[in-house]
Design a protein around this ligand. Structure first.
Ligand code: ATP
Ligand code: MG
Ligand code: MG
Length: 373
């Protein structure tokens, strides 16, 4: 059998490991943590920092292919791995998408629309950027942001010094605020042979900048749907991606699509493909990075997903039985011991007679976690 090496050890690696294991692979994982969500399911859990190039080279020597679920691995590390095993997607994809400035420049080079933005490297540049972009705007750190961390809103009366301080005074991007009608994502996969498939349009709703609900089959006009899927194909081909990549999009009130950001890996909004689609985004990631033919993305039933954050544990262990009382519901828990506020601990999916029914059932199941009877 073959061995899959995963850099990173969170829930994305865990769900990839579940697909990989089902298909007979051995799994090695490397991250600074131990007893991690991925490591719990791996054959070997290597504890090392992502900048420990010797450890990464040694890791790569013992696997057949290296992929990642943590996107802040430096080029030096992916280069070190690539000396010993194929890294898929290639390190350059990671390098571009881990930095908002490089990512936005790559999108612009591919002719794809984003919100207006300006690069801000120093506090001195911020005031001018605010003048040109206008308010409201959002100042985002160029690197290391997730779940809205490293972002601050800039309004007309915001003191640029406060905004600069709020993001920690590091290189950033100032983006025009998009008064969007909706958010959506396209999760797509590209094989070693260049074939591209996607899971259609997934509608996403965020609460406090964290994904809350995802629902399949967002109803858009056919030309908009085609435009969104064409954007995905353009991105995967332009970046020469081998693997899964998610494109997060804004739908503006006048019907335009703007790319928000890219995630070069399976994505939270694609978790509903595990039960909802013939081949899940994790099956697809495995197939792509291992050079196998891609699977069928066909959606089997209307399905929706809701995230379970650590907040749900605040009153003690949630009432799992109450959530599962609806047989259309499936529960996923990531094996994290510590349930801090805002931390992604698991998710719930639900099938429904249509997409609204699926979303209602998933949301109701989550609400039932706190039922007291
Ligand atoms: P993640 O990687 O977890 O998706 P992130 O920290 O990289 O999150 P973004 O995707 O940039 O953050 O932003 C999180 C959410 O904040 C978006 O999904 C959207 O709801 C809102 N948001 C971000 N940028 C803008 C914008 N320019 N205009 C309006 N809303 C925005
Ligand atoms: Mg992001
Ligand atoms: Mg995002």
């Amino acid at each position: 059998g073959s061995t899959l090496g995963i850099l990173g050890s969170g829930q994305l690696g865990r769900m990839l490991a579940q697909s990989a294991r089902r298909m007979g692979y051995r799994i090695h994982t490397l991250s600074p943590g131990s007893d991690t969500p991925t490591g719990q399911l791996a054959d070997r859990e290597v504890v090392a920092d992502y900048d420990d190039l010797d450890a990464i080279a040694d890791f790569a020597r013992q696997v057949d292919v290296v992929t990642f679920e943590f996107e802040n691995v430096a080029s030096a590390a992916t280069d070190a791995a690539a000396q010993h095993a194929p890294v898929r997607p290639r390190g350059q994809v990671l390098h571009i998408t881990q930095n908002r400035r490089r990512e936005k420049e790559a999108l612009a080079a591919a002719g794809l629309p984003t919100a207006p933005f300006e690069v801000v490297d120093t506090q001195a540049q911020l005031a001018g950027a605010i003048d040109r972009i206008g308010t409201p705007a959002i100042l985002k750190t160029a690197g290391f942001g997730y779940d809205g961390k490293g972002q601050t809103r800039v309004d007309r009366d915001t003191d640029p010094a406060d905004a600069w301080e709020a993001i920690g005074g590091v290189p950033a991007v100032l983006e025009g605020f998009v008064d969007f009608a909706a958010e959506l994502s396209v999760v797509a996969a590209r094989g070693l042979d260049g074939a591209v498939v996607d899971y259609g349009l997934i509608e996403n709703r965020h609460v406090d900048h964290i994904l809350d609900v995802s629902i399949v089959d967002m109803p858009l006009a056919p030309e908009q749907a085609k435009a969104a899927r064409d954007i995905a194909e353009t991105v995967l081909s332009a970046l020469d991606v081998v693997g899964v990549l998610c494109i997060e999009l804004f739908l503006t009130r006048d019907g335009a699509l703007l790319v928000n950001e890219l995630a070069p890996r399976p994505h939270n909004s694609g978790h509903l493909t595990i039960e909802g689609c013939a081949s899940s985004q994790f099956d697809q990631q495995l197939r792509a990075v291992c050079g196998l033919p891609l699977g069928d993305t066909r959606r089997l039933q209307p399905v929706a997903m809701v995230n379970l954050l650590g907040d749900h544990w605040a009153g003690g262990e949630p009432a799992w039985g109450a959530a599962l009382a609806d047989p259309a519901v499936n529960l996923h828990l990531y094996g994290k011991a510590e349930a801090s506020a805002g931390r992604k601990m698991g998710h719930i999916t639900a099938f429904g007679s249509d997409r609204d029914d699926a979303a209602r059932r998933a949301t109701a199941a989550r609400a039932a976690l706190h039922s007291t009877e």
